[in-house]
Design a binder for this molecule. Structure first.
Ligand SMILES: C=C(O[C@@H]1C=C(C(=O)O)C=C[C@H]1O)C(=O)O
Length: 103
């Protein structure tokens, strides 16, 4: 709401609502852009995990290393707490199963 000494009129209310609406739209756009970045980063992570897995198999090592995966989960937990662990586990799982093809 604009700063004014007078009581807000219907017009100032409407102007305030317009402003909030525009701000919400801008924030919505920013969120959509962020989601696109996050999804691109997740796809990149999946692809790198796949390559690392193939390289490990090629070197006669197990595809999955528990030690590295625990480090990933600890990093996510430190940053985001319990939900971070869940997010980390989902990323590790996606790395194993691969991401669905892009439409
Ligand atoms: C193949 C590797 O990565 C696998 C995938 C990981 C991940 O998604 O972060 C971590 C450990 C491994 O199970 C590796 O670390 O060499």
């Amino acid at each position: 709401m604009p700063i004014t000494a007078e009581a807000p009129t219907a017009a100032t209310h409407a102007a305030g609502a317009d402003l909030s609406q525009r701000e919400i739209e801008m924030l919505r756009e920013e969120l959509d852009e962020l989601d696109a970045e996050i999804l691109a980063a997740v796809r990149r992570r999946v692809e790198i995990t796949r390559r690392a897995g193939l390289a490990r198999i090629g070197a006669g090592l197990p595809q999955v290393t528990q030690h590295s995966e625990m480090q990933v989960l600890r990093r996510f937990e430190k940053e985001l707490g319990r939900d971070g662990v869940s997010l980390g586990m989902l990323l590790l799982r996606l790395g194993r199963t691969g991401a669905p093809r892009q439409h």
